[in-house]
Design a binder for this molecule. Structure first.
Ligand SMILES: NC(=O)c1ccc[n+]([C@@H]2O[C@H](COP(=O)([O-])OP(=O)(O)OC[C@H]3O[C@@H](n4cnc5c(N)ncnc54)[C@H](O)[C@@H]3O)[C@@H](O)[C@H]2O)c1
Length: 258
C-alpha cells in the first residue's frame, strides 16, 4: 500500500474533509491519529477506520491552543513511536459573526485566526522535529479558494486562509533539508456540514454548484488529493498551494458572487 509503515495526524478529523482524509490515509495503509475538539465525532471516525480494517486512534485537542497541539504530537509518538504525515485540516467558518472588517468583533477575528492559521503553526512547530527524526515526510495544510478569490463578507476567514497559503511556502523552504515536503490544498466548495451552515437553502447550494466547472466537490475527492500529497508520488511538489477546486478560481463567477 502507498502509505504502509507511515504514521499520520489528522486535525479536525471528526467531520467533512478531515473525516474523509483520515479514512483515505488509513485505506492507503497509514496508521492515523485522528484529532478533533469534539470527542464523539473523532471517535466515530476511528470506529470507521477500524471497521474498514485500518489502524487508528483518537486524541482530543483544541488546535487553537499551542499546549493541545504539543500534547497531540506527543500522544502520536507515544502510541506509534514515530510521525511522517501531518494533515492540518481543522478549521472554522463563522458566517454569522465573521464578515466585513468594521462589523467583526476583534474576539471573533482572534478565534478564526487562532483556529485556522495559528493551529497550522502550532502543530507544525511540534511535529516538524518528529517528522525529521523519522527521516522526513509530508505536511498538508488546508487553505481554501478564499485564499485566492475571497467571496467578500468573511474577512477573518479569507485572511486566515491566505496566511496558511504563505506559511506553507515559507515552511517548505526551511523543511527541505529535513526531507519534509510542505504543501497546501485550496478546495472550492465541498458538500460538508461547514457549508450546509453557509448555504441554508437548496437555491443557494445550486448557485454555488454552478460556480464550479463540474459542480460541487465531495470530501472523498479532496481526500484523494491529500493521499497523493502524503505519498512519494507527489515528490516533485513542495511549497505548492494546489487549487483543487473544480475550476472555481479559474473563471468568472456567476453574478451573485461579484
Ligand atoms: N467545506 C469546504 O467547502 C471547504 C473549502 C475550502 C477549505 N475548507 C477547509 O477545510 C477544513 C475542513 O472543513 P470542513 O468543511 O470539513 O468542516 P467541518 O465543519 O465539516 O469539519 C471541521 C472539523 O474541525 C473540527 N474543529 C473545529 N474547531 C476545532 C478546533 N479548535 N480544534 C480541533 N478541531 C476543531 C470540528 O469539530 C469538525 O470536526 C477547514 O479548514 C475549512 O476551512 C473547507
Amino acid at each position: 500500500m502507498r502509505l504502509s509503515h507511515k504514521v499520520a495526524i489528522v486535525t479536525g478529523g471528526g467531520s467533512g474533509l478531515g473525516r474523509a482524509g483520515a479514512l483515505g490515509l488509513a485505506q492507503a495503509g497509514a496508521k492515523v491519529v485522528v484529532s478533533d475538539i469534539k470527542p464523539e465525532a473523532g471517535e466515530s471516525t476511528v470506529a470507521a477506520i477500524s471497521a474498514a480494517g485500518g489502524d487508528g486512534c483518537f486524541v482530543a485537542a483544541d488546535v487553537s491552543r499551542a499546549s493541545d497541539c504539543e500534547r497531540l504530537v506527543n500522544a502520536a509518538i507515544g502510541r506509534y513511536g514515530e510521525l511522517h504525515i501531518l494533515y492540518n485540516n481543522a478549521g472554522i467558518a463563522l458566517p454569522f459573526d465573521d464578515g466585513f472588517a468594521p462589523r467583526v468583533d476583534p474576539a471573533v477575528w482572534d478565534r478564526v485566526i487562532a483556529t485556522n492559521l495559528s493551529s497550522v503553526f502550532y502543530c507544525s512547530h511540534f511535529a516538524i522535529p518528529e517528522i525529521a527524526k523519522a527521516g522526513g515526510g509530508s505536511i498538508i495544510n488546508t487553505a481554501s479558494s478564499m485564499a485566492h478569490l475571497p467571496l467578500g463578507g468573511l474577512d477573518g476567514y479569507a485572511a486566515s486562509k491566505g496566511g496558511v497559503a504563505l506559511l506553507t511556502k515559507s515552511m517548505a523552504s526551511g523543511c527541505g533539508l529535513m526531507n519534509i515536503r510542505v504543501n497546501a490544498i485550496s478546495p472550492g466548495y465541498v458538500d460538508t456540514p461547514m457549508n450546509a451552515m453557509i448555504w441554508q437553502s437548496e437555491e443557494m447550494k445550486a448557485a454555488f454548484a454552478k460556480g464550479h466547472a463540474t459542480g460541487l466537490q465531495t470530501p472523498e475527492e479532496i481526500a484523494e488529493v491529500v493521499v497523493f500529497l502524503a505519498s512519494d508520488e507527489s515528490r516533485s511538489l513542495t511549497g505548492a498551494v494546489l487549487n483543487c477546486d473544480r475550476g472555481w478560481t479559474a473563471f468568472k463567477q456567476p453574478d451573485m458572487f461579484r
